[in-house]
Every structure is written in structure tokens, then in C-alpha cells.
Design a protein around this ligand. Structure first.
Ligand SMILES: Nc1nc2c(c(=O)[nH]1)N[C@H]1C(S)=C(S)[C@@H](COP(=O)(O)O)O[C@H]1N2
Ligand SMILES: [Mo]
Length: 428
């Protein structure tokens, strides 16, 4: 983080020093890991030369009618783990959390999860059918849906398999691959309760079967009370139409629950008096317990947090002042507090939460940290508004055993080595 100790645009060493000490003063009460008043400062950079781009006229407006990131940002992309799945059609890609700076995931970097690839849906032919235990079954066009009263809400979507590769041991030395099955967007659409009012829910209805228009016809059962509570049928994501990857032209967003139930390319909602039994539900998203039983109906995303800087992809560049940065979230509502440790969970310091702190959305936290170049074990621990405390991997294994894949919300430990490199480790 060179900007802290040497402003790139300054050739005055006193300026650099002033800003360095100014930041240091704000550190009172910060993690003092053998804090030193200063270290050998690098030479200030020379003033910028008049670069080629300052000596010519650039391309004009609409040179790129739909914008894109700078060419030098070409490495900021979703990635998959090729050995994880047989092909890419029923697979997952991971969001590059190491490159992201806020609580909103840019649309081109939102993680992807497909059971039968990404369909190309024609919005003019797409329909949403609502039937079953309703008074007035309906088949809605996209035009019909957009006419309903709309809401915009910021919510995360996390696949319950996020972190699933790490149940038995630390395996992937990466923030992106261990945590990148979460993204967060502002979703715009219609409350599902608004649509259900329109069709009239029959008294006996208790459950909804929600189904997608992809080749998998992926479907899940949802309790009716969740549908009426805060579920959204959305057509927009961060201000523009949904991306095909996220379910264009229409998807369900089930706030705070495992991503699997947020059905994409939503085409059907059928109300019934009991849950449907699909392959997804009976075999897949359950947790095998040590005694051989299965934990089912585990829709809720329990509170979780992760330090996104430093991380294996973003090591430290030498001793000095840094800002530890991270994200926290909970399916239970709002994040109440995030603590950060630099010694593997012995001592904790409360991090600053950045506004907005929204229900069932990513929350950004930071804490200034002066690194003295000695080994460190960085961890973050979130506490949500219900008082739930994020567990360690040891605590999680104690209660759930070693055979689980889903719902690993344990504390991530990053080991910082003296050369500044960062490694994914697990503490006994
Ligand atoms: N129709 C349909 N909906 C789907 C899926 C799918 O394969 N088909 N995958 C689900 C899973 S397992 C997850 S985690 C989320 C991922 O949403 P995203 O791809 O927008 O990140 O979508 C869910 N909705
Ligand atoms: Mo998922």
C-alpha cells in the first residue's frame, strides 16, 4: 500500500512524512504489534514525466458504447477451479474478492453457479406462471411484471458450498477460491408477496415450488412464510437488466438464505401444502453429521467474515502502516460487530464498520495495522445482531464432524510471513 508512506504524486519528502505520521496518530488503540515510530522510508518517487497520454487527444465519447475496465485491469476476472467439476456447464466461478473495494459486486464479476450452463432466454417469450393452491392462476409476461410496484434492495447471494473445500484441511491458498462464491448487488424487481396477493393464496398453501427455465429446470421448495416475508422477483441488478449469468430476464432473490434457492431464469411458482422432493433437496444441500444423520432444511446463511486485504493474492510490501480490510455478512439480519486478531485469536480488536450496514448484505470493515515484519496470524470474527458469533473451524468440526461440504462459515486464518507473503492456514 505505497500510498500511505509515499504519495505517488509528491516529490517532497516532508509531505510524505507528514501524511505518514498523520495516519499513525489515528492509530491510537489500533493493533500494536511491536509498533515502531517509523522505519527506513523508501526514496520519494520522482515527479511524473509528461506521459504519452498527456500529449495527445484520446478517443471521443461512445468510442466504447458499453464501457469496460481499463486494459491494465484485465486480470480482475472470475475464475474457476478446473478439477472441481467434470465440465464448466455444471460448475462454479469465483468472484475476485481480492480486487473489489466495496460492498457491491460489479455485474461482470458476480460469481456464477450453473447446473446446466447459462441459457440464452428470449425475454419476449419468457413467462412466469404462478399456480397451484391459488385463487387466480396467472401467466405473466416480462412487460406485466415490470408494471408492478417495484423495490430496490441490496442483498448478498452466497452459495452454501463457499469454503466447502476447506472442511478437512486448508487446501487452496487463495481468497478468491476459498471465499469467492459470494457476491452482493442492488436488486430491483417486485416483492413476491405482491405477486402472491395478485393470484390470491389459498388457506391450505404452506409451500412454494420455484423453478427455473434452464436445462436443469432447477427447482427448490420454499416455505410460504419466507416467500411472503422478503423474497423478491427481480429483473435488474446494479441498475441494469440482470446479466444472463444471474438469470436474465428474471430471477428470485431469497435474502439471507443459501444461494441455491435464489432460482435464476425463474419461470414457475407453484403453491402447495407440503415441500416438493427434488434431487437437489433430498441429497445435495444437506450436511452429513458424525452420527450418520443429515442436517436438512439448512437454508439460513450463518454469520461469516473474511479479511480481503492482506490475503494470499495481495501480500504485504514490507513493514509499516496498513489497513486491514474485509467483508462480513449474515443471513440473520445486520452485522453488529467485527473483531480482528493478528495473533491467531488470542487478542481481538474491534474493527470499524463502514456505512451502509444493511440487512442481509455485505458489510465492509477496516482496521489500521502497523506491521513490524514479524510473523502474524490474521483473523476476523463477526457477531451479528442476534448475538451469533462466527465459529472457528475447530468449533465447527466439533459440532458437525468432518463429512460436511456446505455451510462452512468458519473464521479464516491468514498467516503472514516475514517476507510479507500470506498463506491460508487452519489452527488446531
Ligand atoms: N435455474 C437455476 N437457478 C439457480 C441455479 C441453477 O443452476 N439454475 N444455481 C443456484 C445456485 S446453486 C446458486 S449458489 C445461485 C448462484 O447465483 P449466481 O450464479 O447469480 O451467483 O443460483 C441458484 N439458482
Ligand atoms: Mo450453490
Amino acid at each position: 500500500m505505497p500510498a500511505v508512506s509515499k504519495p505517488a504524486d509528491s516529490s517532497d519528502p516532508r509531505l510524505a512524512r507528514r501524511s505518514f505520521l498523520g495516519m499513525g496518530a489515528a492509530l491510537t488503540g489500533g493493533l500494536a504489534l511491536g509498533a515502531r515510530p517509523g522505519h527506513a522510508e523508501p526514496q520519494p518517487p520522482s515527479p511524473p514525466a509528461d506521459a504519452p497520454w498527456s500529449q495527445s487527444i484520446g478517443p471521443g465519447v461512445v468510442d466504447r458504447p458499453y464501457g469496460r475496465p481499463a486494459d491494465t485491469e484485465a486480470g480482475v476476472i472470475r475464475r474457476n477451479v478446473p478439477w472441481l467439476t467434470a465440465g464448466t456447464e455444471s460448475s462454479i466461478s469465483f468472484s475476485p474478492l481480492q480486487n473489489l473495494h466495496g460492498i457491491i459486486t460489479p455485474n461482470g464479476l458476480f460469481f456464477e453457479r450453473y447446473h446446466a450452463g447459462r441459457p440464452d432466454v428470449d425475454p419476449d417469450q419468457h413467462r412466469l406462471m404462478i399456480h397451484g393452491l391459488v385463487e387466480r392462476p396467472l401467466i405473466l409476461t416480462m412487460q406485466d411484471i415490470v408494471r408492478f410496484p417495484s423495490v430496490s434492495r441490496i442483498h448478498f447471494i452466497e452459495c452454501p458450498a463457499n469454503g466447502g473445500m476447506e472442511w478437512r484441511a486448508a487446501q487452496l491458498n487463495s481468497l478468491q477460491f476459498n471465499h469467492g462464491m459470494i457476491s452482493c448487488a442492488e436488486w430491483t424487481g417486485v416483492r413476491l408477496s405482491t405477486l402472491l396477493e395478485e393470484v390470491g393464496v389459498k388457506k391450505e398453501a404452506q409451500w412454494a415450488m420455484v423453478e427455473g427455465a434452464d436445462g436443469a429446470h432447477m427447482n427448490r421448495s420454499l416455505p410460504l412464510n419466507k416467500c411472503l416475508d422478503d423474497c423478491l422477483v427481480v429483473y435488474a441488478q446494479n441498475g441494469e437488466a440482470l446479466r444472463p449469468e444471474q438469470g436474465y430476464p428474471l430471477r428470485l432473490v431469497v435474502p439471507g438464505w443459501e444461494g441455491n434457492v435464489s432460482i435464476k431464469w425463474l419461470r414457475r411458482i407453484k403453491l402447495g401444502d407440503k415441500p416438493w422432493h427434488s434431487r437437489e433437496e433430498t441429497s445435495k444441500y444437506t450436511d452429513l453429521m458424525p452420527d450418520g444423520t443429515s442436517r436438512g432444511f439448512t437454508w439460513l446463511i450463518d454469520a461469516k467474515s473474511v479479511i480481503t486485504f492482506p490475503c494470499p493474492e495481495k501480500p504485504l510490501g514490507g513493514p509499516g502502516l496498513y489497513e486491514i480490510r474485509g467483508l462480513a455478512w449474515t443471513g440473520n439480519g445486520k452485522v453488529k460487530r467485527v473483531d480482528v486478531s493478528a495473533d491467531g485469536g488470542v487478542n481481538w480488536q474491534t474493527a470499524r464498520l463502514h456505512e451502509p450496514v444493511l440487512s442481509k448484505a455485505l458489510t465492509k470493515f477496516t482496521l489500521p495495522w502497523r506491521w513490524d515484519g514479524t510473523p502474524a496470524l490474521l483473523e476476523s470474527r463477526v457477531i451479528d445482531e442476534t448475538g451469533y458469533v462466527q465459529p472457528t473451524i475447530a468449533q465447527l468440526r466439533k459440532s458437525r464432524g468432518m463429512n460436511s461440504v456446505y455451510h462452512n462459515n468458519s473464521i479464516q486464518t491468514w498467516q503472514v510471513k516475514p517476507d510479507g507473503s500470506v498463506f491460508d492456514v487452519q489452527l488446531g
